[in-house]
Design a binder for this molecule. Structure first.
Ligand code: CMP
Length: 138
């Protein structure tokens, strides 16, 4: 079935690799149904990542995500949620380089925090994130 997922190109990757990443997104067969470059406020980043609240890296994550513009996208294709996760690769770029050298994180991540891209973890999160983003950011 055709699905939608929420994808974000994070601040460092927007600065350094945006065109390259967008090319790989379309080459992989995703339709970019919506996209907007926007700077998350501290409050929006807190809300967006609230499932991670309480984790040791949470403050770092919110600070990083609000330090510059991100590219927020709704990606559409068959099996979009899982296929985008595959294209991103594992959260930790050291793991990504071992297991999925062609993935975006293997190629474009700085480290586990500045890991180039974000994607919804499942269909339920995708729907919630898309609703949040459409109301607040796009
Ligand atoms: P993302 O897929 O956007 O979801 C949560 C984010 O938290 C993750 O990518 C990383 O940017 C960040 N993150 C996850 N684990 C760590 C960690 N151990 N240290 C720092 N940042 C992390």
């Amino acid at each position: 079935p055709v699905e939608h997922t929420l994808a974000v190109i994070k601040p460092t990757a927007v600065k350094e690799h945006k065109d390259n990443i967008l090319q790989k997104v379309t080459n992989a067969g995703f339709i970019v149904s919506q996209m907007k470059e926007t700077n998350f406020t501290h409050e929006m980043a807190t809300q967006f990542y609230k499932t991670h609240e309480g984790k040791p890296f949470f403050d770092q994550l919110v600070n990083y995500m609000s330090e510059g513009p991100s590219m927020i996208m709704i990606l559409t294709k068959e099996n979009a949620v899982e296929d985008w996760r595959q294209l991103m690769g594992p959260t930790d770029p050291d793991v990504a380089k071992e297991s999925s050298p062609d993935s975006l994180r293997a190629q474009f991540a700085q480290d586990i925090l500045r890991n180039a891209v974000h994607g919804s973890s499942n269909k339920e999160h995708a729907l919630k994130s898309i609703e949040y983003v459409l109301e607040r950011l796009i």
